[in-house]
Design a protein around this ligand. Structure first.
Ligand code: CA
Length: 233
C-alpha cells in the first residue's frame, strides 16, 4: 500500500484537527499548516498526494494559493480540494477554473469530505488512462471518439458535434464539477464555425436525448455541471 500524504491548509484549528483525526483513521498521513505561505513552502520540496485548501485564510488568500500551486511545475499535478463558506459560489468557479479538483462547503459532513478525498485521489490515478481511451463506457452509455458515436443501451443517439464534445468531456470526468467556462473551452477547441455559446442550451438538448437517463448530468447551482460518478454508488 502506497502511503498517501494529505496537506491541510486551514487556519481554524478545530476544523484542521477534526479532519486530521478522520483522515488518519483512514490510513492517510496528515500534515497541517495555518497559512498559505507556509503551505506553499512545504509543498515545494515534498509535494503531498492531495491538498485540502481553506479559501478564507489570513495572509495569502486560498484562491491565490491555488493559482500558485497550479502554476508551479512541482505541484501543478497535486489535486486540490477547496473548503469554502456558503454563498461563495463565485470563488468556487474561479478555483475550479484555476485547476482545483473539487470543493466542499462549510459546514461540511466529515464522512462526505473523506469520500470526496478518496474519489479525487482515485480519479487522479485513473485520469491519464482515461484521456487516451477512444471508447468511454459509463453504465448503459458508450461514447466512441473515433466513430463520433454515442449509444444508449445499444441504440445510437443523434447528437450534434457540440453535444457530442460536451457529453464526452463530462463523461470522461465523472464526479467532477465542470464550470460553464471549462465546458465552453472544450467545445470551442479548434472550432472555426460559429456555434451557440450558451452551454445550458446544449446541456438541455443532451438531456432530452438521454431520456430516462437524463439524471446522469447534474446541475450544480451557481457553479456548473457534473456527470454522475457511477462508481461511487
Ligand atoms: Ca478560514
Amino acid at each position: 500500500v502506497v502511503e498517501r500524504t494529505i496537506l491541510i491548509i486551514e487556519d481554524d484549528s478545530d476544523i484542521a484537527d477534526l479532519l486530521r483525526h478522520n483522515l488518519e483513521r483512514e490510513g492517510y498521513k496528515v500534515a497541517i499548516t495555518r497559512s498559505g505561505e507556509n503551505g506553499l513552502e512545504m509543498t515545494r520540496s515534498s509535494p503531498p498526494s492531495l491538498i485540502l485548501l481553506d479559501l478564507g485564510l489570513p495572509g495569502i488568500q486560498g484562491l491565490e494559493v491555488c493559482r500558485l500551486l497550479k502554476d508551479r511545475e512541482e505541484t501543478s499535478w497535486v489535486p486540490v480540494v477547496m473548503m469554502t463558506a456558503r454563498g461563495e459560489e463565485s470563488d468556487v468557479v474561479v478555483g475550479l477554473e484555476l485547476g482545483a479538483d473539487d470543493y466542499v462547503t462549510k459546514p461540511f459532513n466529515v464522512r462526505e469530505l473523506v469520500a470526496r478525498v478518496k474519489a479525487v485521489l482515485r480519479r487522479a490515478r485513473m485520469e491519464p488512462r482515461r484521456e487516451r481511451r477512444a471508447l468511454v463506457e459509463v453504465g448503459p452509455l458508450s461514447i466512441d471518439s473515433e466513430r463520433h458515436e454515442v449509444r444508449l443501451q445499444g441504440e445510437q443517439l443523434e447528437l450534434t458535434l457540440t453535444e457530442f464534445r460536451l457529453l464526452r468531456f463530462l463523461a470522461a470526468n465523472p464526479g467532477r464539477v465542470l464550470t460553464r467556462q471549462q465546458l465552453l473551452n472544450e467545445i470551442t477547441k479548434g472550432v472555426t464555425y460559429i456555434l451557440d455559446r450558451n452551454v445550458d442550451v446544449h446541456i438541455r438538448a443532451i438531456r432530452r436525448k438521454l431520456g430516462t437517463y437524463r439524471g446522469v448530468i447534474t446541475t450544480v447551482r451557481g457553479v456548473g455541471y457534473k456527470f454522475h460518478d457511477l462508481t461511487l454508488t
